[in-house]
Design a protein around this ligand. Structure first.
Ligand code: SAH
Ligand code: SF4
Ligand code: F3S
Length: 450
């Protein structure tokens, strides 16, 4: 038996890629292990979205190198993901203990690359960025039949890459051009997962709502709303979500899905980044604060109970106090249920790295704290409005006294199970009466089964 230790940084895309690598290795007789000092292979799947993400990778690689020097394990150290794509062989120059570097579209070759290391090669790099969804080995690696986990919720990749080139962002360089996966492959994967007992599917991509617009692989006439309806028609699927969408590609056809497709959860992550039109233009986002607000209003017209979430960047080059105030105003206008907010960070190759008028670190920190304080108050308030209501909860875990799950709006709910009450198993859809609201979750009591 051989052991692999995998550490994953970054987004759900990386989580899914790590799952695929674990599956590929399992086919080679590898088991996953928690302790790197027991591993034949330590695999670090990296993220490069912000500077801090990259620093974390190098500090972990340093620890693995020291472990290897002391106890000979992990025998091999490999790096995959966005930092691997961006830095390539430089990682092995800086950290010679690393013997394998795989780009974001090469990791499916892991068994073959590992065999080269085992055959005595000291440094192996595979970094080509090409159209993977047309490569049979990659398609095979995506097949969920390899997995067989009893998960309640799973991600299904529908596209890779990004063509948007937001001026701050590294993703178009680390993930390459946008390619949509063929509909038949997506449907087959969803059907297999549902047959395995998966209840909730999240369609995954950097820019899901441009699905089908820019590629040679998917059916040319098929657009994202068509894909949503096709996936939603899978018998047995209880919940459908998708992430992430770009506001410029949000049209009424997609909004209508929230009104017309029953399994589509009323939850939408729609990153706005800033409330200032001058900043949005320099970010190359392709919309204004007004057009974003218009789309939110139309979305709420189609689905009044929709829960909205977003991303913000504070301290983008040249962001004035007035620009930042407009961001706060947008947040207060939309009243997002949740947001992820970040201090702007220069990224290699991204255009904004060369923009003038960089914002001082203290100013960024101060703006971030102000934004988060406003968001926290709004989140708490929107959560409190749910107390007294009875909500549908998809159970993720439970024992005889308590359990946890999520609402259609993606809020985490902790619930109590009364003595003698039927134990809800993971994957069950139950009803919970909400009694208490906190900033990050809701608490309530399980209601009798209908
Ligand atoms: N494709 C998605 C997610 C991109 S990365 C999208 O378009 O929304 C997730 C978030 O990280 C972005 O929405 C943005 O808010 C943040 N981000 C990206 N690059 C950044 C940078 N250079 N500095 C700070 N935050 C960044
Ligand atoms: Fe980055 Fe913009 Fe693409 Fe999102 S849409 S991945 S922020 S370039
Ligand atoms: Fe990070 Fe790459 Fe995802 S930069 S956020 S792991 S696409």
């Amino acid at each position: 038996m051989k052991y692999v230790h995998i550490k994953t940084f970054g987004c759900q895309m990386n989580e899914r890629d790590s799952e695929i690598m674990a599956q590929l290795l399992a086919n080679q007789g590898f088991q996953s292990c928690e302790a790197p000092e027991e591993a034949d292979l330590a695999l670090v799947n990296t993220c490069s979205i912000r500077d801090k993400a990259e620093q974390k990778v190098y500090s972990l690689l340093g620890q693995l190198r020291d472990l290897q020097a002391h106890c000979g394990r992990p025998r091999f150290i490999a790096v995959a993901g966005c930092v691997a794509q961006q830095e390539g062989e430089r990682i092995m120059d800086r950290m010679p203990a690393v013997s394998l570097v795989m780009g974001t579209q090469q990791f499916y070759r892991l068994p073959e690359l590992l065999a080269r290391l085992e055959g005595g090669e000291r440094r192996v790099a595979a970094l080509d960025l090409s159209a993977n969804f047309v490569i049979p080995a990659f398609q095979k690696a995506q097949k969920p039949a390899l997995a067989q986990t009893a998960a309640v919720q799973r991600f299904v990749n529908i596209m890779q890459g990004c063509n948007n080139f937001c001026s701050y962002c590294v993703v178009p360089y680390t993930r390459g051009r946008e390619i949509s996966r063929p509909l038949a492959d997506i449907l087959e994967e969803v059907q297999t997962l549902v047959a395995q007992g998966v209840q909730e599917i999240t369609l995954l991509g950097q820019n899901v709502n441009s699905y089908g617009k820019t590629n040679a692989v998917a059916d040319q006439a098929l657009r994202f709303p068509d894909l949503v309806r096709a996936v939603a028609a899978t018998p047995g699927l209880k919940r459908l979500r998708f992430t992430t969408s770009h506001p410029k590609d949000l049209d009424e056809r997609l909004m209508r899905c929230f009104a017309e497709v029953p399994v589509l959860c009323p939850h939408f992550h729609l990153p706005v980044q800033s409330g200032s039109n001058a900043v949005l233009a320099r970010m190359n986002r392709g919309y204004t604060a007004e057009s974003y607000l218009d789309k939110v209003a139309t979305l709420r017209h189609f689905r009044p109970d929709i829960t909205l979430a977003t991303d913000f960047i504070v301290g983008f080059p040249g962001e004035t106090e007035a620009d930042f105030t407009e961001t706060l105003r947008l947040l207060e206008t939309v009243r997002f249920a949740a947001s992820f907010s970040f201090k702007y960070s220069d990224r290699p190759q991204a255009r904004a790295a060369s923009f003038p008028d960089k914002i001082a670190e203290e100013v960024k920190a101060e703006r971030l704290a102000r934004l988060q304080a406003v968001q926290n108050a709004i989140t708490l308030d929107t959560n409190r409005r749910l107390t007294g209501q009875t909500l549908d909860v998809l159970v993720e875990s439970a024992n005889s006294v308590k359990g946890q799950g999520r609402t259609p709006g993606n809020r985490v709910v902790h619930f109590q199970v009364a003595p003698g009450q039927e134990l809800p198993l993971p994957g069950a859809l139950v009803q919970v009466r909400i009694e208490q609201a906190g900033p990050h979750s809701l608490k309530g009591t399980l209601q009798k089964r209908r």
